[in-house]
Ligand binder design. Structure first.
Ligand code: SF4
Length: 186
């Protein structure tokens, strides 16, 4: 059954729009993704291209790239993940506030690519959860944009209120559950 996210009744005085909390939260989140550009190798050049005028990632509200994990909610892993960098990637991911998402851009980030060697991690999903994979070596900027649109779709389907409650629910002394706060942790 198709869910209707917005109900509008012009006969209601004050022109009230009724909707679901999930729909509003997800709508805001998916149109204001702040990427953390984890550029590790050649794929990063294509990642830079999506920020330029020709591809213009700002059309999707994602142009605010942040190099501080405290200010980003989507890590775009673009390039070869060596074991030397794996620990750093994991640490930066853990420093990012919830909710957060990960895009594995290119063959190397997704599977290790052609580097089947002792120095290369065979896919970044071995250390952090990945939401969207992008194929290609390197993927075109359009492919990354397509992945970001898919990520938007995924964010749009999340049970945000339920997740928020589950994430912040902490047992009290009485044994009941209480919300420890709302929104992103800082
Ligand atoms: S997938 Fe290809 S272009 Fe991307 S980092 Fe690996 S070797 Fe470079």
């Amino acid at each position: 059954m198709q869910n209707t996210n917005v109900a509008y009744d012009s006969k209601v005085e004050g022109e009230i729009i009724v909707t679901q909390a999930d729909a509003v939260i997800n709508w805001i989140r998916k149109h204001s993704v702040w990427p953390m550009p984890m550029g590790l190798a050649c794929c990063a050049i294509e990642l830079m291209a999506v920020g330029a005028s020709r591809f213009d990632i700002s059309r999707f509200g994602m142009e605010v790239m942040r190099f501080s994990p405290r200010q980003a909610d989507c890590m775009i892993v673009s390039g070869t993940v060596t074991y030397k960098m794996a620990e750093v990637i994991r640490r930066i991911y853990e420093q990012m506030a919830e909710p957060k998402w990960v895009v594995a851009m290119g063959a190397c980030a997704s599977t290790g690519g052609m580097y089947r060697s002792y120095a290369t991690l065979q896919g970044v999903d071995r250390i952090i959860p990945v939401d969207v994979y992008v194929s290609g070596c390197p993927p075109r900027p359009e492919a990354l944009l397509d992945a970001m649109i898919k990520l938007q779709d995924k964010i749009g389907r999340e049970r945000s209120v339920k997740n928020l409650t589950a994430r912040n629910a902490k047992p009290t002394k009485e044994g009941s559950l209480a919300l420890a706060g709302a929104g992103k942790e800082s």
